[in-house]
Design a protein around this ligand. Structure first.
Ligand code: NCW
Length: 441
C-alpha cells in the first residue's frame, strides 16, 4: 500500500489512469482507416515477436468493463486518445460515422461513471494516407491536423474536461524519424529536424484553430527525462547537457520561449525548414495547462565518433524496470520544479508515470515505484510547482509499441488469450488510496 494519504494532495487534486488508442483498442473494423502503426507492425523486424495492435486489449468492444475498472478504482479521470484514422479514415475529408459513435459512447460512459475525460488528439496512430503524402515531414500536416482537431471539438468538445494536442512530440520527431524505432521508422536527420519543428507547429496551429471555435482547457503532453552526465568530466557534462537539449529543452524552449536551443540547432540547423523562425509565435501559443510524462533518467558520455550528436548512452547503476529504464523518482520532482521555476506557472499534470514489470498480478515493485513518484509530486508541490493531477501509465497491460506485448505497464493484468482483466496489487494500492475508509479527500 502507499505511504501517502489522499488528503496530502488536497481537495481538488485529480487522480487518473491513462491509455492510448492504438495500444488498447483493436477493433480494426467499422470503417476505421489504416494507421502507420498498422503497416509498421505488419512489416517484419519492426516489433518484437511480430506483434501488432490488430486486437490489442479489444477495448473497442470491452470499453464498459474498462471504464468500470477506473470507476471501481476510485479514479477521478481517464486519459485516453482518439484514433485519427477511426474518425477520419483518410486523414482528411469525410468522417466515419461509426468512429464518431464509438467515442460518443465512450465519453458518455465516462460521464455516467463520474470520470472526467482527459483527451489526447494524437498518440502516434497517424492515418497511413497522410504518411503517403509525407506525414509529419510535410508542413501541410498543420492544416490537416487542425481540421481534425476542429472535428473532434465540434463532436465531443463540450463533454471533455481537458484536451491535449499531441502526446510526446519528442517521440514523434526523434524516436520515429531519427532513431527509426517507432513508425514510420525513418533514420534521417533532415526528416527528424523537419518533424521536430512541424510537430510543434502543428500543435500551435491546432491550438489557434480550437481557440477560434471556443474550445476550453487546451494543452500538450511532453515527455521528459532526467538527462545526466556519465561522469564529472567536462566532456561528459557537455554530453548530458546536449541530450537535455535534444530531449527536454527543444520542447520547453520552443513552447514557452518561442525559440529552439542553440546547442541542438548547431546540429539540426542546416536541416531545418526554411524560415521556421517565422512560425515560433504559433509554436508558443498560450496554453491552459501542461502535461508531463516522466519515467526515468539517462546517463550520457561524450563520444566524438558519433555523427550528429557526439554522445552515447551509458548504462546506469540504479535498479531497473522490466524495460531496462532506471528507477529515479527524484527526477520527477526535479523536472516539475524546473518547469515551474524556469518555464511556466501553468497548472501542471503528470499525464503519465509508471513502470514495466514482468507478467503477474502481484507487483510490489510497481507499488513502490508509484509510491516514490507520488512522493516526488508532493515534494514538487511543496517547492511551488502547481501540480493539479497525476495519471498512472497504464490502466491496462497493452501493446507497448516496438516491444509488443512483452512489456507490461498495466495496473490491471490482461490475459491476451482470453482478454480477461485482473487487477494487480498496484491497482489495489490506488483503490485504497482513493476509496479507502482511512483516506478521505
Ligand atoms: S515508449 C514510451 N512510452 C511508453 C508508451 O507505452 C506510451 O504510449 C508513451 O506515452 C510509456 O510511456 C510512453 N515513451 C518513450 C520513452 C523514451 C524511450 C527512449 C528510447 C531511447 C532510445
Amino acid at each position: 500500500m502507499f505511504t501517502h494519504k489522499r488528503a496530502d494532495f488536497g481537495q481538488d487534486f485529480i487522480f487518473g489512469a491513462a491509455t492510448a488508442s492504438y495500444q488498447i483498442e483493436g477493433g480494426q473494423t467499422d470503417g476505421r482507416g489504416s494507421s502507420i502503426w498498422d503497416t509498421f507492425s505488419a512489416t517484419p523486424g519492426n516489433v518484437r515477436d511480430g506483434d501488432t495492435g490488430r486486437v490489442a486489449c479489444d477495448h473497442y468492444n470491452r470499453w464498459p468493463e474498462d471504464l468500470d475498472l477506473l470507476a471501481d478504482g476510485g479514479f477521478d479521470a481517464y486519459r485516453f486518445s482518439f484514433a485519427w484514422p477511426r474518425l477520419i479514415p483518410e486523414g482528411t475529408g469525410a468522417a466515419n460515422p461509426k468512429g464518431i459513435d464509438f467515442y460518443d459512447r465512450l465519453i458518455d460512459g465516462m460521464l455516467e461513471r463520474g470520470l472526467k475525460p482527459f483527451a489526447t488528439l494524437y498518440h502516434w496512430d497517424l492515418p497511413s494516407a497522410l504518411q503517403d503524402r509525407g506525414g509529419w515531414m510535410n508542413r501541410d500536416i498543420a492544416a490537416w491536423f487542425a481540421d481534425y482537431a476542429v472535428l473532434v471539438n465540434s463532436r465531443f468538445g463540450d463533454r471533455l474536461a481537458a484536451t491535449a494536442t499531441i502526446n510526446e512530440p519528442w517521440c514523434v520527431a526523434y524516436l520515429s524519424h531519427m532513431l527509426g524505432i517507432h513508425a514510420p521508422g525513418y533514420r534521417d536527420i533532415r526528416a527528424a529536424a523537419r518533424v521536430s519543428h512541424n510537430v510543434l507547429l502543428t500543435h500551435g496551429t491546432a491550438i489557434a484553430a480550437l481557440r477560434a471555435e471556443g474550445a476550453k482547457n487546451l494543452g500538450i503532453v511532453c515527455n521528459f527525462e532526467s538527462a545526466q552526465p556519465a561522469s564529472d568530466s567536462p566532456e561528459d557534462r557537455e554530453a548530458g547537457r546536449l541530450w537535455d537539449g535534444v530531449f527536454n529543452r527543444w520542447y520547453l524552449d520552443g513552447l514557452f520561449k518561442g525559440r529552439y536551443p542553440d546547442d541542438v540547432l548547431a546540429q539540426f540547423g542546416p536541416h531545418m525548414p526554411q524560415a521556421y523562425t517565422d512560425d515560433m509565435a504559433v509554436v508558443s501559443a498560450p496554453l491552459d495547462w501542461f502535461g508531463i510524462n516522466y519515467y526515468s533518467r539517462s546517463l550520457w558520455a561524450h563520444d566524438p565518433r558519433r555523427s550528429a550528436f557526439p554522445l552515447r548512452q551509458v548504462e546506469g547503476p540504479l535498479e531497473k524496470t522490466a524495460i531496462g529504464w532506471e528507477i529515479y523518482p527524484q527526477g520527477l520532482e526535479d523536472i516539475l520544479t524546473r518547469i515551474s521555476d524556469d518555464y511556466t506557472k501553468l497548472p501542471l499534470y503528470v499525464t503519465e508515470n509508471g513502470m514495466a514489470e514482468v507478467e503477474g498480478t502481484d507487483d510490489p515493485r510497481r507499488v513502490a515505484y508509484y509510491d516514490a513518484h507520488l512522493g516526488s509530486v508532493l515534494a514538487a508541490r511543496q517547492r511551488g510547482a502547481d501540480v493539479r493531477g497525476y495519471f498512472g501509465w497504464s490502466l491496462l497491460d497493452n501493446f507497448e509499441w516496438a516491444e509488443g506485448y512483452d512489456k507490461r505497464f498495466g495496473l490491471v493484468h490482461v490475459d491476451y488469450q482470453t482478454q480477461k482483466r485482473t487487477p494487480k496489487t498496484s491497482y489495489r494500492a490506488f483503490q485504497t488510496l482513493l476509496t479507502g475508509a482511512n483516506n478521505p479527500r
